[in-house]
Design a protein around this ligand. Structure first.
Ligand code: F6P
Length: 461
């Protein structure tokens, strides 16, 4: 292969530029040109296919900075409809006309789901990324446990049959995805900062973190020492929650609850799915889990409780919510994400050059070897109907009694986070935050520079 392309699909994560950088550095070593497609799959849906040559003369362009969050290529949730054959053929023809011999998509489970029809037309591999950490498997035969329900004329839904596999951390496929560590770094700090307000004003704080239907970010936020963690994998037991919150509040006059945005109520309904809207990838937009939880607690506690204790005028005044929101998806990646994002990007290049197709790079962990990169075929994640499901927390990671990570949950987190922050991360904080130049210079967006390098189909030799 002489020329490959790379794109960033789905929501941004802090490790995207690091992954692109790793891919380009490896491509330089192997004398392969790398074309960056602008705004994910959206580039291939336009006749002009906006793109940038990322390594002229096999040297990466200076705009490609692995320590910078987001993606210099731009990202979108656009995808190629797998049932639209004329469109798929058009995409393949554009790829061919550009002399692109293989494509690397940096994405999550949604992106990998959509790769198969493209992989029937040209080689395509995935370098994983997602702050949600939901791309992978808890154990090898996990996809076989999905059961499709509903018959003709009925809505179809998926259900998990009981597992017959003994869980072992070493058998996880794709232990962790780049972006997750930085996201937890941000949510942990958010919790620590909100704690002091809750403590000083005798309040109950509910902090909502992202992660869709997987509780990994909520679980990792345990590093901020919240009192209670609620994950989407375990339906809420309102009475149990109320009792626990009351017990802690009476002891220490403040409570900090972390809730994953996808937490479900006792009826199995997602608490925060207030809006029945979906994004272009078909994901339900989640908003309002913490607010829904707050309403439940306000009703259960009542105003008198707080007045009697002389801590607040009303339950509404005592219980507040904050969303960590998109701050946990943006900004500078911490060391763990930079290192492994880069290694997975490099691995994706090697996979294409080795002739792999419809496959993804993996980051695996074993106690003796630590983290290693490898690869797996996309089909290893597909259920028998061909669908890839977002990975959820293994039930053993969470202690339902204590509402916090279990012992094995803690063992899962430690290899990722114990040395996740590097010395340079601290140096950056020291030097860059209050750099006097920040007061003088307006923000200079990388988009401005990339615009100057942009080419369109037809301009390549
Ligand atoms: O999948 C990543 C993620 O950040 C989720 O955790 C969250 O639900 C969603 O994307 C938010 O998407 P958007 O940026 O489109 O609102």
């Amino acid at each position: 292969m002489k020329r490959i392309a790379i794109l960033t699909a789905g929501g941004d994560t802090p490790a995207l530029n690091a992954t692109i950088h790793g891919a380009v550095v490896r491509a330089n070593q192997r004398r392969v040109e790398v074309i960056g497609l602008v705004k994910g799959f959206a580039a291939l849906l336009q006749s002009g296919v906006p793109h940038v040559l990322l390594n002229p003369l096999f040297t990466e362009i200076p705009e490609l900075d692995p320590t910078r969050g987001g993606t210099l290529l731009g990202a979108s949730r656009a995808y190629v409809d797998p049932s639209d054959f004329p469109l798929l053929d058009l995409v393949a023809e554009r790829v061919k006309r550009m002399g692109i011999e293989g494509l690397i998509c940096i994405g999550g489970d949604g992106t990998l789901n959509g790769l198969q029809p493209l992989a029937e037309r040209f080689p395509v591999v995935l370098a994983p990324k997602t702050i949600d950490n939901d791309l992978g498997l808890n154990y090898l035969n996990e996809p076989d446990e999905w059961v499709l329900e509903g018959g003709p004329g009925q809505p179809v839904s998926y259900r998990r049959s009981p597992s017959r596999t003994r869980f072992d951390l070493e058998h996880m496929v794709n232990y962790v995805t780049p972006g997750y560590a930085t996201s937890v770094f941000v949510s942990t700090e958010g919790v620590q900062r909100l704690r002091t307000t809750a403590e000083s004003h005798r309040r109950i704080a509910i902090v909502e973190v992202m992660g869709r239907h997987s509780g990994y970010i909520a679980l990792g936020t345990a590093y901020g020492q919240p009192d209670i963690i609620l994950v989407p994998e375990h339906a809420l037991d309102i009475e149990r929650l109320f009792e626990r919150v009351k017990e802690i509040y009476e002891l220490q006059k403040n409570v900090l609850i972390v809730c994953g945005e996808g937490v479900v109520g006792p009826d199995g309904e997602v608490l925060g799915a207030q809006k029945a809207t979906t994004d272009p990838s078909g994901n339900v937009a989640l908003s309002g889990a913490s607010e829904a939880l707050r309403r439940l607690l306000i009703e259960r506690f009542g105003d008198d409780y707080f007045r009697r204790l002389r801590r607040a005028e009303s339950a509404a005044a005592a219980i507040f919510t904050r969303k960590v929101g998109h701050t946990q998806r943006g900004g500078r990646p911490i060391l763990f994400d930079r290192v492994y994002g880069g290694r997975l990007g490099a691995c994706a290049v090697d996979m294409l050059l080795e002739g792999q197709n419809n496959a993804f790079a993996t980051l695996d962990w074993k106690p003796a070897a630590g983290f290693t990169v490898g690869s797996a075929h996309a089909n290893s994640l597909r259920d028998r109907w061909g669908l890839i499901h977002a990975r959820q927390l293994h039930p053993s990671f969470y202690d339902r009694e204590l509402l916090r990570p279990s012992q094995i949950g803690i063992e899962y987190l430690m290899p990722i986070f114990t040395r996740a922050v590097g010395h340079d991360d601290l140096e950056y904080l020291r030097h860059a935050t209050f750099d006097p130049g920040n007061l003088l210079r307006p923000y200079h967006s990388v988009n401005t520079d990339i615009n100057k390098l942009m080419r369109y189909l037809g301009s390549l030799p």
